[in-house]
Design a protein around this ligand. Structure first.
Ligand code: A3P
Length: 303
């Protein structure tokens, strides 16, 4: 399926999920070959929902005993270099790098729950899921795609982009199925899946950093020193701080599984809630909200 703004590869519909061809191939290999370890931690998300931020947070929480904040790896490595993206590593034949990571490993995936390898769903490893208001996901995706493809004249208009999103035709879309499935699984197995919302973390980052630490098995005990450490981690992982490190500035482009060059800086833009207000008419926002509410109906989940 060719959209006017396909990034690298046309989208394929696989079991109701839209995916680029290469990512789909990576997914199929991963489903057959990936062996999880009981201590693995998977960060799952729909693209543009706060993956980069949560990668930085989980990585820093786990590494806190071994690295000082002055020489912290996040000062010289982009969060995506610290936490591998499973489908991409399998799609580009680099799955070996996942095998050699010492435990506990942290990895991320954008796959819907039902496409995860059995070795993840049927074992004791943990999943942290982050979701975000789909209206802001859409806006964030719009900017990301524009940057990759080089400007609005090369891609669809925002209105066309919006229409595709509402039809669910988006990489890993439709978004509503993605969120709902993890939500329902997290209610069935709260000890396995921690279900977080981007906007809530923005409001109370320290509280959620502590919750994350508890969930992944390395809690902060209630001491003044630990309070200081968790506040420092939150500060280090803030968009303001990360954006300022040279490694995260635009310019350094790497080849992705989609055969397009993505700059590490593209993952940091505004990092706010409600940016959709500057891009959508009230009517567009209401239409998308109504669509999502309809899909979430009866699930107990609200935007
Ligand atoms: P915006 O485009 O709305 O600014 P992902 O990492 O899943 O690709 O999501 C990218 C979105 O998360 C972008 O949103 C980006 O700016 C935001 N983001 C990246 N790092 C962040 C951080 N440290 N804190 C908050 N938001 C962050």
């Amino acid at each position: 399926y060719e959209r006017p703004f396909s990034i690298g590869h046309p989208l394929r519909l696989y079991k109701g999920v839209w995916m680029g061809e290469k990512i789909l191939r990576g997914t199929l290999v991963m489903q057959q070959c990936f062996k999880s370890r009981p201590t693995d931690i998977f960060l799952a998300s729909f693209p543009k929902s706060g993956t980069t931020w949560l990668k930085a947070m989980i990585f820093s929480i786990l590494a806190r005993a071994n690295c000082s904040l002055d020489t912290h790896p996040l000062r010289s490595l982009n969060p995506h270099q610290c936490v591998p993206f499973m489908e991409v590593e399998f799609a580009t034949g680099r799955s070996k790098i996942i095998e050699v990571i010492p435990s506990p490993r942290v990895m991320n995936t954008h796959l819907p729950y039902f496409l995860l390898p059995d070795s993840i769903t049927d074992s004791s490893c943990l999943i942290v899921y982050v979701w975000r208001d789909p209206k802001d996901v859409l806006v964030s995706m719009w900017y990301f795609v524009q940057k990759i493809l080089g400007g609005p004249d090369k891609i669809a208009t925002f209105d066309q982009f919006y229409e595709f999103f509402c039809q669910g035709v988006d990489t890993f879309g439709p978004i509503w199925n993605h969120i709902l499935e993890y939500w329902e699984e997290s209610r069935r197995r709260p000890e396995k899946i921690l279900f977080l919302k981007y906007e809530n973390i923005l409001q109370e980052p320290v509280k959620y950093a502590k919750q994350l630490a508890r969930f992944i098995g390395c809690p902060f005990s209630e001491t003044e020193e630990n309070q200081r450490v968790v506040e420092q981690i939150v500060e280090l992982c803030s968009i303001k701080k990360l954006k300022d490190f040279d490694v995260n500035k635009d310019g350094d482009r790497v080849m992705s599984s989609m055969d397009v060059r993505i700059s590490k800086g593209y993952f940091f833009r505004k990092g706010e809630a409600g940016d959709w207000k500057s891009h959508m008419t009230q009517e567009m926002a209401e239409r998308l909200d109504t669509l999502i509410k309809e899909k979430f109906k009866g699930s107990g989940l609200q935007i």
